[in-house]
Design a protein around this ligand. Structure first.
Ligand code: NAD
Length: 465
């Protein structure tokens, strides 16, 4: 399939080579790194993973010593693990810290001091991964210390350069290695290139067999799933269809009838099916449920609510049409479509619902009250859906893209567009594939412990469409 045309980040291209690079270095200007992204057959990490254990309390990993449990998960995911920082040698591909036993204020300093020398040795596009516990209310100091891990993670994310990222995985009560395996492999891998400074909660699942099982077929984990992606004629939706198909799903792509030509190209490229449908049409829920009902059989369903529009104005200038159209596409349609799929009994065993929210919905954004309302609404929708789907091993989550290079963000005025790119820790916009990889990961059986959450794909920024 021909690559979709997208706006180029000329500044980033300029400062990556020759005189442009020298000039930017001299002037102290941002020098966005070329991020390492998924490539078939490429190793998980660019160098060995150092596993450290910090904390005066007990680790959450009941099997063997703490470092051992994390080390074996990483080894299974394809990493070469070290338990001590070698005096010298290869640059590290990752440093992974088991901080689930951090309960005492002093443990935070100990963690920082242990992390420092390892961070100095990180290779470009490497990973810092902290593993902690969801703060509870039984031990106030332990809760405070576990929350402290978030401050370290988000700060390290801002300090790292050369495409390296930092994320925190937090185990809630009873969750262990089975639920952690999938999220750990994702944040370690190049698939999470634009996921930075995030806290991902990993819950215990009665369906953790799914997670264990998924590890043994991680090449095409979506084999046997049918995925429907709305707004898939271009941009993030098209990339999502491509990654879901690469991971083994049979993909049904949906977009407005006016985009039928591009939609057919997406469908052909992924050997899937096109369904021309305006998601706001009165009969859209029934038509989608009927279409999927005929195809699903015993397979599990993945629904990606990606179709979205912007109609920006300051709140004082937002007219009824701008409010109504944005809320209809971005929020009412995902609600109605999901409801119809639940009623038709199509969101059974192991189903996945993934909403596409936005950092604007989380942080607010000047000129986007309508859009932010709709995107915060998507976060509320998945939170409320999660417990309903959990009983059957299903999950509901959202991704919140920051600034992603698509036709939508190409409409942003040039100065704001530069700001959107450079204010991220990774100093650049993401690509549609970055959102797509995160959606696909949430759709996989191994992410069964991640539910009711919003995972930002924003390079650690809070500006975006
Ligand atoms: N690009 C970004 O930086 C960014 C940031 C945050 C969130 N998002 C969200 O990601 C999603 C995809 O964004 P994108 O940048 O790829 O946008 P895009 O404008 O390139 O693509 C959106 C697609 O949705 C389709 N669509 C719109 N209304 C529809 C309807 N009523 N029925 C069916 N399809 C419809 C469009 O035809 C288009 O193909 C949107 O929900 C958007 O709000 C994007």
């Amino acid at each position: 399939m021909a690559p979709a045309t997208r706006p180029r980040d000329l500044y980033a291209e300029l400062v990556r080579t020759g005189p442009g690079a020298a000039l930017a270095r001299k002037a102290g200007l941002p020098r966005p790194a070329l991020l390492r992204r998924f490539e078939a057959g490429a190793p998980l990490l660019v160098g060995p993973a150092l596993v450290l254990t910090v904390g005066s309390g007990a680790s959450a990993f009941r099997t063997r010593e703490a470092g051992g449990a994390l080390a074996s998960l990483l080894t299974r995911a394809g990493a070469d693990v070290q338990l001590e920082l070698a005096e010298q040698g290869q640059r590290l591909g990752a440093v992974v810290v088991d901080a689930t036993g951090a309960t005492d204020v002093g443990d935070l300093a100990a963690l920082g001091l242990a992390l420092g020398p390892a961070v100095r040795r990180l290779a470009p596009s490497s990973r810092v991964i902290l593993v902690g516990r969801t703060p509870g209310d039984d031990d106030v100091e332990a809760a405070a210390v576990q929350q402290g891990l978030e401050g370290i993670t988000r700060t390290v994310g801002k300090e790292l350069r050369a495409g390296a990222t930092a994320n925190l995985l937090r185990l809630s009560s009873g969750a262990g290695a089975a639920e952690l395996a999938g999220p750990l492999a994702f944040v370690a891998s190049p698939r999470s290139a634009f996921v930075d400074g995030q806290v991902i909660e990993v819950a215990r699942s009665a369906h953790d067999d799914d997670a264990r099982d998924a590890l043994s077929r991680s090449e095409r984990p979506l084999e046997g799933a049918v995925a429907v992606v709305t707004g898939a004629a271009r941009g993030i939706g098209r990339a999502t269809a491509q990654v879901l198909a690469r991971q083994g799903a049979h993909v049904v792509v949906v977009d407005v009838p006016a985009a039928s030509g591009d939609l057919a190209r997406t469908a052909n490229g992924v050997r899937g099916e096109a369904l021309a449908l305006d998601v706001t049409a009165g009969d859209a829920p029934a038509r989608l449920a009927e279409h999927l009902g005929r195809r699903l059989g015993e397979r599990r369903l993945v629904v990606v609510h990606n179709a979205g529009i912007t109609r920006d104005r300051l709140l004082v200038n937002l007219d009824a049409a701008r409010w109504e159209s944005v809320l209809a596409v971005n929020l009412a349609a995902p609600l109605r479509l999901t409801e119809a799929l639940v009623e038709a009994d199509l969101l059974g065993g192991g189903a996945r619902v993934v909403g596409v929210s936005s950092t604007s919905g989380l942080a607010g954004n000047r000129g986007q009250a309508n859009y932010a309302a709709s995107k915060a609404g998507v976060a509320g929708m998945v939170r409320a859906l999660a417990p309903r789907l959990a009983e059957l091993g299903g999950t509901a989550n959202a991704v919140a893209p920051g600034f992603i290079e698509t036709e939508m963000t190409a409409k942003i005025p040039p100065v704001l567009r530069q700001l959107g790119r450079r204010t991220a820790s990774l100093q650049q916009g993401g690509l549609p594939v970055d959102v797509a990889e995160t959606v696909a990961w949430l759709a996989e059986p191994a992410s069964v412990g991640v539910t009711g959450q919003v995972v930002r794909v924003c390079g650690q920024a809070l500006v975006g469409a």
